[in-house]
Design a protein around this ligand. Structure first.
Ligand code: ADP
Ligand code: MG
Length: 235
């Protein structure tokens, strides 16, 4: 059995041309992530964690290098192709919840399912909200929910279409410690249950230790922690 990467980065550079200096954010990143694994990305503020996430989710184009996610090479896709790629392959959870304020929890979770043309979108959305422990909040609007509940809705929305990979960028950044802890537990429970690949940006080394691998971004490069476990690729 050969190892198969669900996400592969080859020589990724990201540079911004400023008025005075060129800003070098990523300086030649090479990375293979295997299906079903969990990977934490740590690094100081401004080290390029979110930029890397934007590149692998097709929200930003790298300056050079090749990005392959779930068998799709993103490098030359246009915006429409990237939107379809995101819809069909990945889920994203961010620090701020980005729920649609005029829609209920149920409707928010149903949006990506409806966009994907799924007939029983509302039923699947309800199941996803059950999985995050919010079956009693289906008809609440985001403003009627606590921060932790809003993040649960955002997680349900990301997971409902059964994505191959979940990307989470500091998902507890807007939550208090106890609520954040519960959200992290939930993310790992769901990852286990659905065998999703998880890429989790965090500043918390204890959270990172829950992952199979721990990566650091430093000087625009990725370094693997000695604490990373040996990964058996699930092909
Ligand atoms: N559009 C941009 N133009 C210039 N610099 C940028 C742009 N976007 C991000 N950066 C810079 O890239 C660096 C990495 O940012 P970011 O990826 O958000 O870091 P992190 O998520 O690790 O805190 C920062 O120095 C930031 O200022
Ligand atoms: Mg960031």
């Amino acid at each position: 059995m050969t190892n198969k990467a669900i996400l592969q980065l080859k020589d990724i550079f990201l540079r911004f041309t400023g008025e005075i200096h060129e800003v070098k954010v990523l300086n030649g990143i090479n990375l293979d992530i295997f299906k079903g694994s969990s990977v934490a990305i740590l690094g100081p503020s401004g080290s390029g964690k979110s930029s890397l996430l934007s590149i692998v989710t097709g929200l930003e184009k790298q300056t050079s290098g090749t990005v392959s996610v779930g068998g799709h090479i993103l490098d030359h896709m246009n915006e429409d192709q990237l939107a379809l790629f995101r819809r069909d392959n990945i889920g994203i959870v961010l620090q701020s919840f980005h729920l649609i304020p005029t829609m209920t929890a149920l409707e928010n979770v149903a949006v990506p399912l409806e966009l994907a043309g799924q007939k029983d979108a509302l039923k699947k959305a309800e199941e996803a909200l059950n999985h995050v422990g919010l079956s009693y909040r289906l008809t609440h609007f985001p403003s009627q929910l606590s921060g932790g509940e809003q993040q649960r809705v955002a997680i349900a929305r990301a997971m409902a279409p059964n994505p191959k990979i979940i990307f989470a960028d500091e998902p507890t950044g807007n939550l208090d410690g106890k609520t954040g802890h519960k959200i992290i537990e939930l993310i790992f429970d769901l990852q286990n249950k659905f065998n999703t690949t998880l890429i989790l940006i965090t500043h918390d080394p204890e959270v990172a230790k829950k992952c199979d691998r721990i990566l650091y971004i430093q000087d625009g490069l990725i370094k693997e922690s000695k604490e990373s476990k040996k990964i058996k690729a699930a092909v």
